[in-house]
Structures are given as structure tokens and as C-alpha cells.
Design a binder for this molecule. Sequence first.
Ligand code: PAF
Length: 308
Amino acid sequence: MALQAQAATNISLGHTLSSTSHYSVGAEAFKETLERLSDGAFTVTEHASGSLGGEREMIEGLQIGTVDVVITSSGPLGNFVPETYVLDLPFLFESYDQARCVLDSDIGDELLAKMSDHGLVGMAWSENGFRHLTNSQREIASPADTEGLRVRTMENAVHQEAFRQMGARPTPMAFPELFTALQQGTVDGQENPITVIVATNFWEVQDYLSLTGHVYSPAIVLGSPILLDGLNDEERDWFMQAAAASVDATREEVSRLEREGVALLEANGMTVKTDIDPAPFQQAVEPAYEIFTSQYGSDMLDRIREKA
Ligand code: PAF
């Protein structure tokens, strides 16, 4: 029977950000590309704003087949695929060009391939952006200013360690709980890229932003093996092309928000500290590297540093 004569297969695509975010731009590109290439044999329904749960829950959903495709940060990924923790090391990358070059190389491909050992399909590395610190208490210019600050981190061991080394009190939490936690003062601050700070209207609950750029946050388009392993080669290729289109659209939107986002945050009342000296932050988080390499070795880290 011709594919068009069959009922369309609906694909659920989840992410945690709003429908105005860069993830949503990526989700739209995925949907448009897959529906066009498959001539409507596959349709895509986007589930934005964490309506399918936080990122850790959605990754679990991929493993058991309750969700088909997820766009997620690397935040909770290391809990499933520890090899990816290397990408979470603070100050590993200095620029978008450097990070994209590494993720688009054999190194990125190798890390994507590791997903299949853990019940996931790594389709493509996408982007969230360089992470910066916001808080409701004071201007942060150096690690000393973070002393005692309750900072929500992602559920990521490397990030938690880095904030502990800076003197802050890291509080791991799923993103869908964060806005209320900031509003109620359960935590004082959080760290995310400009893209997320804009998409989540964090100016409503956070007065200060410091452009620390302390870590590059990759995102990833992940698929469920329960769906993808059942596809023929042509269908699988449509999905991979859709993931690639999603990455291109997301990166373009991240670049736009990097150019325009800070002015928008200032216009909404945030005090933005732009002239941060990264050296004391780099020094403070150095032990995170020692802890990482003693656990996972330095091979991948050395390769990334050579390539970057
Ligand atoms: O902070 C996080 O958990 C992530 O950066 C987010 C906002 C869910 C995007 O992947």
C-alpha cells in the first residue's frame, strides 16, 4: 500500500521552553521538514513549556517510548550518558564558533553515537547558549559575590560542583519548578543563557544579570529508539534531515538573541553587569576539572581542547 494512503503517524516532540523560544523555532523547523519530506505520512505535535515534564522525565519517556522526539539541554543528560559530562565543564569553550565546530566534528558524532548504548538515539547537537547568572539579591562581579547565594542549577553533577567551588549553594531543580521557586524565594538565583532568560520573562523575578558566560550549554535533538529503530532507511533519513533543519533554525535564533537579548532585558528593568573578568571565576571552578578527569579520564577533554 502506498504510504500516502495510510493514516499519518503522529510524532510527539517535547521541550521545556515556551512557544516563543529558540527551542520552539527548532521544533517548528523539525515539524515543517519532516511533514514536507514525508509528504504528510508523519505529522508532528509540539509539546512546549514542559507539558510532558522536565528534561530528565522526558529523556526517560524516550527510553520507554512515551515520547518520540525531545529537544533538551545537556543538563540531565550526563545522568544517562556520563560521557557527555565533558561538555558541561565550565569555560571549556570561548565562543559559539568554537563550540559549534567541536559539536559538528567527529567528536560530536562520537558522543551522539554513545546515546544508543543508553536506550536513546542522538540525532543532532543543537544549542541553548552560553550560561549567565541572574539573582534577586545583588550585583555579581566576582566569585566572592556568590558566597551563600542559593543558585538553582540543572540536575548536573559538574555544574553543582562548579557552583559549590565558587562559594554558592547549588540547588538542583527541574526547570518547570524554577519560576515559582524564584518567585517564592526558595532560591535566590539561577543560571541560563540569554535565550532562556528572554523566553521565560525572568526579569519579573530577577533584578540582576551578570554576563559570566561560565559554561556553554549545548542542546540535543534526541529520538526514541522504539520509534526510530522501526523505521526504514528512507524514513530514518527524513528524521535526520528534520533534526539538522531544527539545529540550523535554533542556532540562527540563538545568534539573533545574543545580539538583541541584553537590550530587551535592560528595557524590562534588569541591571546587567557586562564587564566581568572571567579569570577569578575560571580559577574558582578549576577543581571541577580535577574531579571530572579523576573520574572520566582526560582523553576526550584533550581532544576537544585540540580541536577548539
Ligand atoms: O536550565 C535548564 O534546565 C535548561 O537550560 C532549560 C531552560 C530547560 C533549557 O534546556
